[in-house]
Design a binder for this molecule. Structure first.
Ligand SMILES: C[S@@+](CC[C@H](N)C(=O)[O-])C[C@H]1O[C@@H](n2cnc3c(N)ncnc32)[C@H](O)[C@@H]1O
Length: 490
């Protein structure tokens, strides 16, 4: 591997005696990782059905190495959203952000969704996940992954951080910043990134990172947690960015994200090989030692930098200014929900009939009230809205909540997103295929279906080994494959 000379010099300087060991990693094969979607199944359930050979990643409860001769993206389980394929060290940031059910969480640089899908899974359908990426084309890939994972309480946006701040001042309980970076940790896996590094250099990314972290800091509630991560090694982009934050916002401090020994033992996880931040590399504060560094010569992964930050203040208290702001936002959203009632009058009979058959568990709304109140109709598309959403008019929105379906000439077509999100106990008309049955792959290729049994006309949820893939419609004995063509198996 021909590493840029400047990069080699910098790394030799940083790593000293460890440099040769670090260099030897470039001769090792890279590690394939997959992370189980705990919205759909537990890691134990996955281990029971997993068709490939896998091995637990020591520090990720739902993460596994897979044998790189395998192609887990070419299996019906991938299309059922049972896992996300992700480099093992890249699983670490989302695993260390202390998410609690009901939190309002922002993932500000989210595409294509490697971290957002885990944050959404950990929210378990409660609270709100705002997944944002400034690149509209990348945000489309993010939306697909959110939908494939069956996340129902997400708002997917494509905006610049300063614009987000106008709408969400001190709004979020937790924020993840997986910052754009020079990608030094990716050189081994994707050598093409070296060209980018030579073209832009670390300064270019550091400027971007400071801008992003500045606005993210202002969107976090007092008492909230923010996690900053990169897949690069340069001190400027890591301890340097955090030093900048600590100077600009003295209410932040760096906290140790690694759980104590007893917790690790209980959860059967181990952080062996993890290294800490290096304040001396940027002449920074001692607390930078609480940052985390993953090196490819110390763990089985490509490497990462992580800093968990806490903002001083009363968390979820009732007296701070930010809570008052939050209450205003809640009131706005309440009014907005009220006004949706008139839209709901536009639901067709068929839409109401269809939606009546859906028994969504993990409701995002108060089940004691009329659930139809939480549906919104825009341009014939019916959405289930996340609770407590502020007025977001004027933002570039790719999705608000769960797209349930579309009314076409008064008829109702359920969406792929709804199909992907349903569990088999949430809908009665199920056709369950075996994952080894070629019919499952034919379905995913959008080919016509050959199903022998007698079924009544209507919409059927096609499942594989009990996990939903999407829809098929039976009309007068003919099955029409309704799998979303843009998602089809190629
Ligand atoms: C490291 S990638 C994120 C990867 C993602 N978190 C994941 O796990 O799949 C960084 C992302 O930041 C986005 N980005 C770059 N500048 C940004 C900005 N100013 N605001 C928000 N996102 C930005 C890029 O489009 C890119 O998708």
């Amino acid at each position: 591997m021909n590493l840029p000379k400047l990069f080699e010099d910098r790394m030799r300087n940083l790593l000293g005696d460890e440099y040769e060991e670090y260099l030897s990693c470039y001769h090792k094969p890279h590690f394939g990782g997959l992370r189980v979607n705990t919205l759909k199944l537990t890691p134990e359930e996955f281990e029971d059905i997993c068709p490939f050979s896998i091995q637990r990643i020591p520090w990720i409860q739902n993460g596994y190495y897979y044998d790189t001769d395998m192609q887990p993206a070419k299996h019906p389980y991938y299309y059922a959203g049972l896992y996300y394929i992700q480099e093992p060290s890249a699983m670490t940031p989302a695993s260390l952000l202390p998410i609690e059910k009901g939190d309002k969480v922002l993932d500000i640089c989210a595409a294509p969704g490697g971290k957002s899908t885990e944050l959404g899974a950990r929210l378990g359908g409660e609270g709100l996940l705002v997944s944002n990426d400034i690149s509209n084309s990348r945000a489309k890939a993010l939306l697909k992954n959110i939908e494939l994972f069956g996340i129902r309480n997400a708002l997917v946006l494509s905006e610049a951080p300063n614009k987000l701040y106008d709408y969400f001042p001190e709004y979020f309980d937790k924020i993840l910043i997986d910052a754009p970076c020079s990608g030094e940790g990716m050189f081994r896996k994707s050598p093409a990134i070296m060209k980018n590094w030579e073209q832009y250099g670390v300064e270019y990314y550091n400027k971007l990172q400071k801008e992003i972290i500045h606005f993210a800091a202002r969107m976090l509630k007092p008492g909230g947690y923010m996690l900053y991560s990169t897949c690069t090694f340069s001190p400027e982009e890591n301890e340097g960015t955090i030093s900048y934050l600590l100077e600009e916002f003295p209410e932040f401090r760096v906290v140790n994200a690694i759980p104590d020994e007893a917790t690790c033992k209980k959860l059967n996880i181990s952080y062996d090989g993890f290294d800490y931040g290096k304040p001396e590399w940027v002449n920074g504060k001692n607390e930078l030692k609480n940052c985390i560094r993953l090196w490819p010569h110390r763990i089985d992964g490509e490497g990462h930098f992580i800093a968990l930050l806490k903002k001083d203040g009363v968390y979820n208290g009732k007296t701070t200014a930010s809570d008052a702001d939050d209450r205003n936002i809640q009131m706005k959203s309440y009014k907005q929900t009220g006004s949706k009632k008139s839209d709901n009058m536009m639901l067709s009979e068929e839409a109401i009939e269809f939606l009546d058959d859906i028994k969504l568990t993990n409701l995002m709304f108060d089940p004691s009230t009329n659930p139809l109140k939480n549906y919104a109709v825009h341009n014939e598309k019916v959405h289930l809205m996340p609770a407590g959403l502020p007025d977001i008019k004027g933002l570039r929105i790719l999705r608000q909540g769960l797209l349930l379906g579309e009314m076409k000439k008064q008829r109702f077509e359920p969406s792929q997103a709804l199909g992907s999100s349903l569990r088999k106990n949430e809908y009665d008309k199920i056709i369950n295929l075996d994952s080894k049955d070629m019919e499952a792959i034919k379905y995913l290729k959008c080919e016509s279906l050959n199903l022998n049994e007698d079924y009544k006309d209507g919409w059927y949820l096609i499942c594989v080994d009990g996990y939903s893939l999407g829809w098929a419609k039976l009309t007068k004995g003919n099955f029409k494959n309704k799998y979303l063509p843009g998602w089809r198996w190629v």
